[in-house]
Ligand binder design. Sequence first.
Ligand SMILES: [Zn+2]
Length: 435
Amino acid sequence: MKNNKKDMNAIIKALNDTFESYEENPNILFNNNSKLTYLRYKLIKEKLKIWKKSKKCIYPNCKNDSIKLSHTIPKSKILNTICENKHVYQPYFNAMAGKAEMKKVGINLASTFPGFCPKHENSFKALEDNIGIEHFNSFGLQIFRTICREIARKKAEIESLEMMKGQINNFRNNELKNNFLNNLPNNIKNNPSFKFQSLSSNHKDSKIEIINRLISDAKIDKNILYNKFYSAFDDSNKKQKHIELFGYSIDIDHQIPIVVAGIGNFYLQKKQNVMSILNILPYPSKTIILMVSEDKYKDHITAYINHFKQNPLSILTLIETWLVHGTDHWFIRPSIWDKLTKLRQRAILTNILDLSKNIGYYCDYSIFDNIRNTIIANFEKSEKYKSASKDFIKFINKEKKKLTNVSGSDKTDEYIFGNIGSLFKNENEIFIKPY
Ligand SMILES: [Zn+2]
């Protein structure tokens, strides 16, 4: 193309117009619905591929490739006890619809991730065998497996977000190019000597900024999981200061038809983040609740659990709190979910995505209505209830209200430490040690 001044000015004007309108309103590049739908579809597919692909075995110092389907939760011992027709329900984020939904999943696939090589997958056999999770070492194995899955999840999340960032950048540059070409006069565009190579912008797009923030948050979590939790099980690095974890377990002599294996957090004063590994494991006639954190938070974890184990209704609240404000890696018996009203289901699925809350906030509505009703009825029938304190009756009334409350909007800023009182007999402290 002959570089005459008139053409040059037209090109510069087209460039200025393109960038100015973009910087004024970055969303103009993301206005085309069908292109956006395709981009979203592509991102979801890529994300799934990243999560599912086989990786290196996550066991300390193992270089073998992982199998694709390592279970986080014992299938025969735990998932089997809450499934119906070999299926359970699991919440998941439907990225196309932009909301959390409940999906039906077969117990062969539930809780699986590309985690361990065949040899190390076999080391969790004790959890599937008759020894069961009650055995001391099995607690450690179960917690270790949960930590490994969370690390795999964080790694995949970081990889997915980096992929997304790249794809969105490409999409943006491509749209900028299209807009630039649209802004160019036809005589320049159609001139055979006009050649276009590429166009990119350094403008800080809010979408990219959000992704950068998510990447940095995921990296912080991954590092805590590695350095503070995983390292406690990795005794190969002798130079490293030994890390101790502190765990608390509660046995309930009743089956709660829910399985949980993930992480949750709460904050201490000065925004100090306490991360914990959470497990709820149901058996035919009992349920085990496990909470494990760094040893330095022993007192806080103890106070937290003590607060909830005052009576069975509080324990139910603890479980509901973990489901709504803790991890989203849980499985529920389908009929329990199906019995909930649509409003309650929506409240749960919306609250799962609300990252402003954590397990330091109460869930203020009921999920396990039948169990709550039974416990309340038993309380009211008992002789003791006739002489119950005003506070206790107030507490029972609040629990009754949870059966009809669906909003989930009562934000409780009250933190729960410092409460004492133990009415539950079966608790026992456990120390997780490297094996
Ligand atoms: Zn291995």
